[in-house]
Design a protein around this ligand. Sequence first.
Ligand code: KG4
Ligand code: ZN
Length: 353
Amino acid sequence: MHKSGKLGSMKNMLILGIESSCDETGVALYHSERGLLAHALHSQIALHAQYGGVVPELASRDHIHRLTPLTQQVLEQAAVSLSDVTGIAYTAGPGLMGALLTGAGFARSLAFGLDIPAIAIHHMEGHLLSPLLEAPELAFPFMALLVSGGHTQIIRVDAMGHYTLLGDTLDDAIGEAFDKTAKLLGLGYPGGPIVSQLATQGNSDAYKLPRPMTDRPGLDFSFSGLKTAVLTTWQQAQNLRANDLEQATADICAAFEVAVADVLLIKLKRALQQEQLKTLVVAGGVSANTHIRATLTQLMRQRGGNAFFPRLEFCTDNGAMIAFAGFKRLQAGQVSQDLDFSAKARWPLAELS
Ligand code: KG4
Ligand code: ZN
């Protein structure tokens, strides 16, 4: 438990943020008055690419190697010293258990050594608040669409920590659907950026893919049927000549991306209508997708509202969103008190208060 009153008045807080829930080590420094001072990221994509997906044990080992140098890097970038840090925020879940524990252990030990508070952050709350890093005008209440490798959720946000889950996926998460589609088409990992890049060269009208769960009421999603439809379409394309098959691959990517964006559009329209909200926040790795960003920006424009997205580099996992969420929670007087800490592989956002 921290003894000092370093947090003191809520001024001049300097929060170190640590993210290690999956395959990216992210570290950042956020200052209460000066905003984001520095952030650094190490992506493990090259490490896992040969296996076609994240290998948890390798992820944990790599985080351990990166945490100290990345912390030194952000301190140098921000021209501050470790003793200036007044609080440490770390991702405590959801994510890969071993990977989470590396960041949690590092953060809690450092906080103990410095005699400053540590705060456990929910990874998806980090994503959800990330647009606020650069859009202070964003006000509650708003609708949030969280779209990542593990989540596809529509959430009503009334205040920080006041989250009502309105819609969720019944099977694959949307990022997972991108990743599986890429794998199926032999395009590599991670699939989202590859599929969306290839989609720019394709004709989305060349194939008609389903828009699952849109023909029935409700706000839940299902993406496994779409993946199966991609597989069937891909199998049928196999008798094409090499050049044509290449074009067909781009066409399938485009058709897939448009189908996914359509589903999001239909569900969000319903959710916004139901809750009478005019502000939409879209966050998580898939919010980097250009077509989805354009589709949802247009939707909000048509409804006389606004759509907010994180800066591209803060769509996928990063330390800045954790430092910022930590700042918000520490500012609100919250601290993880015990030396005894745990990470949570599964942790519903709605359980936060
Ligand atoms: O938020 P994130 O970095 O990690 C999780 O919390 O899961 O999201 C990673 C997911 C991956 O599934 C990746 O394929 C997807 O985000 N992604 C994209 C794009 N960039 C990343 N999906 C679609 N289009 C993109 N441009
Ligand atoms: Zn994430």
